[in-house]
Design a protein around this ligand. Sequence first.
Ligand SMILES: [Zn+2]
Length: 425
Amino acid sequence: MEVEIKQLLADLQSLDQSLPDPSLHASLHKIQSRVEHLANLVKAEPVRRSKVQDMSTEVVDSNPYSRLMALQRMGIVENYERIRDFSIAIVGVGGVGSVAAEMLTRCGIGRLLLYDYDKVELANMNRLFFRPDQVGMTKTDAAVETLSDINPDVVLESYTLNITTVEGFETFMSSLKNKSFRPSKQGSGVDLVLSCVDNYEARMAVNQACNELSQTWLESGVSEDAVSGHIQLLIPGETACFACAPPLVVASGVDERTLKREGVCAASLPTTMGVIAGLLVQNTLKFLLGFGQVSPYLGYNSLKDFFPTMQMKPNPQCSNVACLTRQEEYALAKPERDAAAKAKLEAELPTEEGPLHDDNEWNISVVDDSEPEGLDTRSSDALPEGLTHELPTADAFQKLPTDAPVTDNDDLEDLRKQLEAINSA
Ligand SMILES: [Zn+2]
């Protein structure tokens, strides 16, 4: 851009010198000064905020975290600032992964590892996040460029690689194991892996890595017709892994690459992808900061606004060897888990009855909503003087007297005979 503007200025300069008619100089000088102004705008550095040392609760317009830290004051999160300790790996920086990355960046996540082998294309512009001027850049580099501008506090790592190749998988594994960001962390170097890929082969690669590392991960997906999606929590050994219940088409031995047809592509909507990314990051925050519940599986059917949930136990005959090892470990640790759960339950039991809060700033009192004895529960049916109900109330209607005479066929026969007698008289 800068080069083009310089060239344009040089052209205007030579035009100025070669102009025979002096009356044209004024308008040419006007154009020159406007182009110079443009050149200065291009040269100006984009305004970037400096890094923040601590997340402050101070409510001022210049604090990027005041509204997030307010979650503590509202009693939703105990310690929001812990988010800076966490590392999240996002595999696939497409329609879901890029939006998830932006949300986590704006939430002030400690570190993001981004994996994708693809480049930004104009065909991606129906989704959120990437811009037309990023076409041709790798998705991970373009994402790092945007995200570092939004929040310079986040440590960003860009991995342009294909995790389904041998080399890519090895780099993927070693990057997950790297604990230099938080050396004291147990297990791998990341707290959660988010799978935002669009094919089974890549999901199986994430599954393999997470089973080997005993790494909890969240899987996400959007259907080919763009109107439904899901997220799923996978805890190796505890819940079904991705190989425990493979999709039918894969279980039948069909290679998914043969399913693609020339000139036919999957549909995608920024709306569905945004919803799935939102659900994915919402559950990531709940998982990391320990509030609410993380659903084992949450579906989204946009046509009916239906959100099904379900749970899947691991398959003892899973084809993935690492999954079976994790299942064994999980079964062996059962007594330990039971004891911990019991201790937690006991610790939570109230020791003595008493008010939950000592202070009562707003003088709130609890009203006894049980009905006093002898009160007519149908008093709401009472009418002002002079009015009567035309129809019985529902209660009265149901209380038909049980000894009322029941008309049966014999009585009808009697009546018929009486009528005939009257008529013949
Ligand atoms: Zn499995």
